[in-house]
Design a protein around this ligand. Structure first.
Ligand SMILES: *Cc1c(COP(=O)(O)O)cnc(C)c1O
Length: 340
């Protein structure tokens, strides 16, 4: 099977498995796991923040950030298709007790003027604005990159209003490799950042959140409260350390593959591409074929290809560590055959 559903399907490399096996471990709740410490130090360095924390998933990382930055009864501003808003089971209200204030974006970027307009003034009727969340790359708009200027614009006005900014950077390394802007530079315009080790970077488990020392101390406490305190976690941190030391540059390959896939599919007259392919995602429109996205995806399975329907006629294809040049050729060949 050629699995293009998501970059979450990547399997750990042999080097990662070996690293797990040989990892030095200790009790991380006591702060005694050397491999976890190494991973958090490296993440601190890459993000340019004061401290970092290993967490079990991107969702847990984002939610720890929301819990740490906000108080119940506040409001958080985010783009209307943000992962935190659409795909985290309403945890912002279930756990943090805050309400969302979604804003219409353009390829995931919110206009700073709209953000400023949504920041609450002091009024007995109003919730206070507790947090602004950004997402880079933006998943729902097909892996588009938030321009650095946009992040800077929002961050500067957030500072003016004393509202913290969190970056859901699940795929910030994809943004960085594609744009040539360092993760540290992106992170300069946020108070906290979450990134996933377990997507294109290939680790089996985990995410990182980074921020100030005080922020991470509080987030660590929230993680413990929610049952996320870890013991001999070096076993799962070792592949994560390889992910952020050895696997970043190769993301460029995934982006090349997405480009090739998108160009090949666009050359088939019944198909069109909905997104500007900036990183590792292609959003395919199949409306002219006469099939729904769901029907199209079902037929792809017969050709050994897995993809995800994300709208009535939209299909998302994600390239990653497990997809080779040959796979891209095979997919293009199969789709042509299928359409004929
Ligand atoms: C995958 C993803 C997450 C959540 O990560 P999990 O590890 O699946 O919980 C958060 N934000 C974005 C943008 C994502 O793509």
């Amino acid at each position: 099977m050629i699995d293009l559903r998501s970059d979450t399907v990547t399997k750990p490399t042999d080097v990662m498995r070996k690293a797990s096996m040989e990892a030095e471990v200790g009790d991380d709740v006591y702060g005694e796991d050397p491999t976890i410490k190494k991973l958090e130090e490296k993440a601190t360095e890459l993000t340019g923040k004061e401290a970092a924390l290993f967490v079990t998933s991107g969702t847990q990382g984002n939610q720890l950030a929301v819990l740490t930055h906000t108080n119940p009864g506040e409001e958080i501003i985010l783009e209307e298709n943000a992962h935190i808003y659409l795909y985290e089971g309403a945890s912002i209200s279930a756990f943090a007790g805050v309400q969302p204030r979604p804003i219409k974006g353009n390829k995931g970027s919110m206009n700073p003027i709209d953000v400023e307009g949504a920041i609450r003034s002091e009024d007995i009727h109003f919730p206070e604005t507790g947090l602004i969340c950004l997402e880079n790359t933006h998943n729902q708009s097909g892996g588009s990159i938030l321009p650095l200027d946009n992040m800077k614009g929002i961050y500067e006005l957030a500072k003016l209003h004393q509202v913290p900014v969190h970056l859901d950077g699940a795929r910030i390394f994809n943004a960085s490799v594609a744009s040539g802007i360092s993760v540290q530079t992106y992170a300069r315009f946020t108070d906290s950042v979450q990134f996933c080790l377990s997507k294109g970077l290939g680790a089996p488990i985990g995410s990182i959140i980074a921020g100030s020392t005080a922020f991470i101390e509080q987030a660590r406490k929230w993680r413990k409260r929610l049952g996320g305190g870890l013991r001999q976690a070096g076993i799962i941190a070792a592949p994560g350390l390889i992910a952020i030391t050895k696997m970043i540059d190769r993301l460029a390959k995934d982006h090349e593959h997405a480009q090739a896939l998108s160009e090949g599919l666009a050359s088939i007259k019944e198909l069109s591409i909905e997104n500007d392919v900036e990183t590792n995602m292609v959003v395919l429109n199949v409306e002219t074929t006469g099939f729904t996205a769901q029907e199209f995806v079902e037929q792809l399975k017969d050709y050994g290809i897995l993809a995800g329907a994300i709208g009535p006629y939209s299909i998302r294809l994600v390239t990653h560590l497990g997809i080779s040049n040959d796979d891209i050729h095979r997919v293009l060949h199969s789709v042509r055959e299928m359409i004929e």
